[in-house]
Design a protein around this ligand. Structure first.
Ligand SMILES: *[C@@H]1O[C@H](CO)[C@@H](O)[C@H](O)[C@H]1NC(C)=O
Ligand SMILES: *[C@@H]1O[C@H](CO)[C@@H](O)[C@H](O)[C@H]1NC(C)=O
Ligand SMILES: *[C@@H]1O[C@H](CO)[C@@H](O)[C@H](O)[C@H]1NC(C)=O
Ligand SMILES: *[C@@H]1O[C@H](CO)[C@@H](O)[C@H](O)[C@H]1NC(C)=O
Ligand SMILES: *[C@@H]1O[C@H](CO)[C@@H](O)[C@H](O)[C@H]1NC(C)=O
Ligand SMILES: *[C@@H]1O[C@H](CO)[C@@H](O)[C@H](O)[C@H]1NC(C)=O
Ligand SMILES: *[C@@H]1O[C@H](CO)[C@@H](O)[C@H](O)[C@H]1NC(C)=O
Ligand SMILES: *[C@@H]1O[C@H](CO)[C@@H](O)[C@H](O)[C@H]1NC(C)=O
Ligand SMILES: *[C@@H]1O[C@H](CO)[C@@H](O)[C@H](O)[C@H]1NC(C)=O
Length: 676
């Protein structure tokens, strides 16, 4: 009883195992529609799955490499339920491969579908052995291996006419038992269409074994045209005696002296059934490969000589460029590299079209001003070129300019930077489109007249800029040359004071004239001609003269040395101050404002002790504070020291005088004659 029980259990156990094996053998079917996610089901040696496409790359184009890819699970090749003498099971597989060969020359050596006893093929050789067998074990019955090769190189006993491009079946051997040139039968005919395995186009293959008929069929065709009805090879073979009970299915490929990339793009397999169909249009595309350079010695020599010539040309070019740079002497001293506002000479040269005469937009006391467009940014700039500049004291000078470069105010012409080239100094300013106040007042282009509102706004702007220089920046900056030609007018008709701080540069010895007094005749405070010491107060004096010019439309010095400020004072004493108002205004001005500007002009150009500061000037102009100009303050000798001064620095001021006298009133008794 006990015995019977245990034997029943044993039988049940045996039955279960057999059932399981049957189930396993019948379920051996898989499909890889591309190999993304296939890494866990494949055993790879020397092969890789290309991301992201999912192509399975058996070999690259390196020489003498081998690649293997096997399905990890073994295939039960015998239906053991049919023992004692089972036949090898039917199987069917299809896959799409692509062999990509360098454009120059033939590739090698091909790939093969395998039915092998193991996923490892130790001792396998590349080249004609396709990474499957070697010279020792080739043809050995103990190999138990079925090889369906897609060979691209002629070798072994392959018939000469095959020219390597063939499909073959070998059992335990690389010497194919059957082989055919790569081709396919056109449906319904006996005609074979030839194919090139290494064309770089996808090719589909079908390998089918009928376990009952003992026939192994192999078919290929260009992918996407479908399976030809007639197989390329139909080889009658009884696999039962050659293969083992469990086998692994997979691929091998190798390269040799000749090499190709071997890809499998999709694969399906079925035991005892038809392999699932691949959707060819959905398969991955192998990556484009770089064409390696040819080793043809003639071409190599050509390439080398071309490289040599190119190298020589480049060398000459570089030498020439360096030489030119050097001869332009744009070599930098150490301290220059620390100056953020330094411009490159070649940029400024290009911007001003080589400092062309036609680009000149002004000539001032310090040098010519050119309009320019920077090649680097396309921004418009004004470039002031100061010649005959001695290099002595350049370092201090640059420090000075670097500090001026940090001055930023809406009523100043901002200094962008500077550049020194041999003895020339170049200052780069923002470009202000409407020209100077001097031009708008005295030489308007189309006869247009600045109206009072514009004039009042302009003098307020200049005052604001001066106040910034005097009191609002980190150090006191004395302008020393306040005058209408230094006040530029921007697109919104706001005043922008230019040339500020330049006079200071004289003191550093970087400027052509090293005389201690700078300024323009007619705007120089009397005390300055005596002491030579510029101050914020002397700037206020010049500003006063500017106010009078704006209100009267007249130059500070008329013919016969008649001084504008004396004439306005006289009219004021006579109680007829409005008589001096610019006749071009046609009496259309705000009387209160006109009186304010004239009186403020007189006050600013009075003795030092009566002059307001720029802050007070701002308060008067804004109406914040009531202006009281007192006639009892006494007179001031404007001509004091003039003769001495003018003889001393006549050279310097002659250019300035040129335009002071270019259009003058014959006299200031009310009737003004413009001579030019
Ligand atoms: C691969 O293996 C995974 C589990 O590891 C399985 O889910 C998947 O279906 C397998 N794919 C193929 C094609 O065999
Ligand atoms: C080619 O593949 C082999 C392995 O098969 C690898 O060792 C080699 O680095 C690869 N060469 C290139 C250029 O990818
Ligand atoms: C093996 O195949 C032969 C015919 O090729 C058949 O007669 C025989 O029954 C088969 N054996 C088994 C166990 O199926
Ligand atoms: C060939 O391969 C076998 C194992 O498969 C190995 O024992 C043998 O040494 C190899 N021969 C050569 C010449 O590599
Ligand atoms: C295949 O060819 C090899 C070598 O030429 C030979 O030994 C073997 O018997 C052949 N096998 C078949 C099935 O024809
Ligand atoms: C193999 O090819 C022959 C001839 O075309 C055909 O009769 C047979 O059915 C094919 N067998 C398989 C399994 O496709
Ligand atoms: C040949 O016939 C088969 C079966 O009918 C078909 O699937 C295939 O597309 C045909 N091939 C061509 C090139 O017409
Ligand atoms: C196939 O080969 C096996 C083993 O060599 C043998 O037992 C069987 O009889 C063969 N079948 C046929 C049909 O020749
Ligand atoms: C193959 O894929 C294409 C595109 O996704 C699809 O339109 C077509 O129906 C698929 N064919 C089959 C047979 O699944």
């Amino acid at each position: 009883m006990e015995m019977g029980n245990s034997s029943a259990l044993f039988l049940l156990f045996f039955f279960f195992i057999r059932l399981n094996i049957v189930a396993q053998s019948q379920s051996s079917s898989f499909i890889f529609q591309g190999f993304n996610g296939g890494a866990t089901n494949l055993s790879l040696q020397g092969a890789e799955i290309i991301k992201p496409s999912g192509a399975l790359k058996l070999t690259n184009r390196s020489r003498y490499v081998i690649g293997h890819a096997f399905y990890v699970k073994p295939i039960q090749m015998f239906d053991t339920s049919a023992s004692p003498s089972p036949n090898a099971s039917s199987f069917s597989t299809t896959f799409v491969f692509e062999i990509s060969t360098p454009r120059s020359g033939r590739g090698g050596h091909g790939l093969a579908f395998l039915l092998a006893p193991s996923t490892k093929l130790p001792g396998a050789q590349p080249e004609h052995y396709l990474g499957i067998l070697n010279s020792t074990n080739n043809g050995e019955p103990s190999n138990h291996i079925l090889i369906v090769e897609f060979d691209t190189v002629n070798g072994f006993n392959d018939k000469a006419e095959n020219q390597g491009n063939h499909v073959g079946i070998g059992i335990n051997t690389m010497f194919s038992n059957r082989s055919e040139p790569a081709s396919y039968y056109i449906n319904g005919t006996d005609h074979k269409e030839e194919m090139t395995l290494e064309s770089g186009e996808p090719i589909q293959a079908w390998i089918e074994y009928d376990g009952e008929q003992k026939v192994l069929n192999v078919t290929i065709s260009p992918a996407e045209i479908g399976k030809p009805m007639r197989p390329l090879i139909s080889f009658g073979v009884n696999l039962t005696g050659y293969i083992k009970e469990t086998m692994y299915v997979g691929f091998s490929a190798s390269t040799g002296e000749k090499s190709s990339s071997h890809y499998i793009l999709g694969w399906s397999f079925s035991l005892n059934g038809v392999a699932p169909a691949l959707n060819v249009s959905e398969l991955p595309k192998p990556p484009k490969e770089k064409e390696p350079s040819s080793y043809n010695p003639k071409i190599l020599a050509l390439i080398v000589s071309l490289c040599l010539v190119t190298f020589l040309l480049l060398g000459t070019l570089v030498f020439f460029l360096i030489y030119r740079k050097w001869s332009n002497s744009e070599t930098l001293e150490d301290w220059e590299k620390d100056c953020p506002h330094r411009f490159r000479y070649k940029d400024l040269y290009a911007a001003t079209k080589g400092f062309k005469e036609s680009e000149v937009i002004g000539i001032g006391g310090f040098g010519s001003v050119y309009k320019g467009v920077l090649p680097t940014t396309g921004g418009e700039v004004a470039v002031k070129k100061i010649t005959r500049n001695s290099l002595q004291g350049m370092r201090e000078f640059a420090a000075e300019i670097e500090s001026l470069g940090r001055l930023r105010h809406k009523n100043l012409v901002n200094l962008h930077g500077w550049c020194k080239q041999k003895n020339d100094l170049l200052l780069v300013y923002e470009y202000i489109p409407n020209g100077s106040l001097d031009t708008l007042l005295f030489k308007p282009k189309d006869g247009s007249v600045l109206d009072w509102e514009q004039r009042f706004n302009i003098v307020k702007g200049i005052a604001s800029g001066l106040l910034y220089l005097h009191e609002e920046w980190e150090q006191v900056v004395i302008h020393r040359d306040v005058k209408p030609s230094n006040a530029l007018i921007d697109a919104e008709m706001n005043a922008r004071l230019g040339d500020f701080g330049l006079a200071r540069l004289y003191d550093h010895g970087g400027m052509p004239h090293t005389t201690n007094v700078v300024g323009t005749f007619g705007y120089i405070a009397p005390e300055l001609t005596q002491t030579g010491k510029a101050s914020t107060s002397s700037d206020v004096f010049a500003y006063g003269i500017l106010l009078l010019e704006v209100a009267t439309g007249r130059r500070p010095i008329g013919s016969g040395d008649l001084l504008l400020v004396e004439w306005v004072r006289e009219c004021h004493q006579l109680g007829r101050i409005l008589d001096v108002a610019d006749p071009l205004l046609n009496s259309s001005y705000v009387v209160k404002e006109m009186e304010l500007v004239l009186k403020l002009g007189l006050m600013c150009s009075h003795k030092t002790q009566f002059r307001p500061t720029m802050r007070q000037v701002m308060r008067y102009l804004s109406g914040e504070k009531q202006l009281r100009f007192n006639n009892d303050w006494g007179s001031i000798d404007y001509r004091q020291g003039f003769d001495e001064f003018s003889s001393r620095t006549f050279d310097e001021i002659s250019t300035v005088c040129m335009y002071v006298y270019s259009s003058v009133c014959s006299h200031y008794d009310g009737a003004c004659l413009l001579l030019s």
